[in-house]
Design a protein around this ligand. Structure first.
Ligand SMILES: CN(C)CCCNS(=O)(=O)c1cccc(Nc2nc(OCC3CCCCC3)c3[nH]cnc3n2)c1
Length: 285
């Protein structure tokens, strides 16, 4: 740990805190998640090691990069060294627009959406990078983020969006997952178990739809003062229109992702095909 010089705290969460650090070898600024594992119960400890094993599998320009991990047994601390995103999170950008009474341009929204979609596609359909030394062959892993929201999407120094905080994510390696569950033949696997796992994939799509809606309307699609009322609104799936300044194409993609029936929601693969590729090239210039 002495190889990193601690700088100011960026923020705190249930896990502990995230601090800026400077790597002494080359002065590079990084983010360090500091967790006191004395306060963690068994389940949280397992979730943390799951997060670690997920983070080191993912290597993508739109996913917060994981660099290193240290366990400090003396002080019962775990440190996870990650890429520092200097632009802050999307929720700060949305708050700024609301305060100033401005909206994000449609171009910016497509630019943001394309990048988060690529990050989620890597999670859902990517191939493990096996950077953690496990030398099993490149196999298809399905990683569910399960906590997609503006607070977990950051702006990097390369002005690229980075999907972060896989604290609640889960790895679904369908073949291995089923292999462990069904030693015998899977003939007796119930349909809801199969759709359940697919359903998980589609719940990330639902959250992505909520995020895209909020980038347009500057507020989430479903709001209520109490959980039960919120649950009713979500289960009906009825949303108010987004501001008329945005195109029908944008609104249609949001409606597709917010279909109540998960099977009707597009996969990241289908969404990438739906997006007119020119939309993103426009921003390369
Ligand atoms: C809750 N809000 C007040 C947020 C306060 C802080 N603003 S902010 O908009 O996140 C912000 C401002 C400037 C830089 C960064 N960069 C950054 N932040 C991370 O996590 C933030 C953390 C996530 C869990 C909850 C607490 C905050 C990173 N994780 C890996 N790389 C990271 N780079 C973030």
């Amino acid at each position: 740990m002495e190889q990193y010089e601690p700088l100011e705290i960026i923020g705190t969460g249930s896990f502990g805190l995230i601090r800026k650090v400077r790597r002494k070898t080359d002065g590079k600024i990084l983010a360090r998640k500091e967790i006191d594992y004395r306060r963690m119960n068994e389940k949280e400890r397992n979730q943390l090691s799951a997060e670690f094993s997920i983070l080191c599998e993912l290597d993508h320009p739109n996913i917060v990069r994981y660099y290193d991990r240290h366990v400090d047994k003396i002080n019962c601390m775990i440190y996870i060294i990650m890429e520092y995103c200097e632009g802050g999170d999307l929720s700060s950008i949305i708050k700024k627009c609301k305060k100033e009474g401005t909206f994000l341009s449609e171009n910016t929204i497509w630019h943001f959406f394309t990048q988060i979609l690529r990050a989620l596609h890597e999670c859902h359909y990517g191939y493990g990078k096996n950077k953690c030394g496990s030398n099993h062959s490149q196999q298809h892993i399905t990683i569910l983020h399960r906590d997609i929201k503006p607070d977990n999407v950051f702006l990097g120094s390369d002005n690229k969006l980075k999907l972060g905080d896989f604290g609640l994510s889960r790895k679904l390696n369908l073949d291995r997952e089923f292999a462990q569950t069904y030693v015998g033949t899977p003939f007796y696997m119930s349909p809801e178990l199969i759709t359940e796992s697919l359903y998980d994939v589609k719940s990330d799509i639902w959250s992505l739809g909520c995020l895209l809606y909020e980038l347009c309307a500057l507020q989430p699609p479903f709001q209520a003062k109490s959980q039960p009322v919120l649950a009713i609104k979500i289960s009906t799936g009825t949303i108010s229109p987004i501001p008329s300044r945005y195109s029908d194409e944008l609104y249609n993609i949001i409606k597709a992702m917010l279909m109540v029936d998960p099977n009707k929601r597009p996969t990241t693969m289908e969404l990438i095909k739906m997006l007119n590729p020119n939309k993103d090239i426009a921003y390369r210039e």
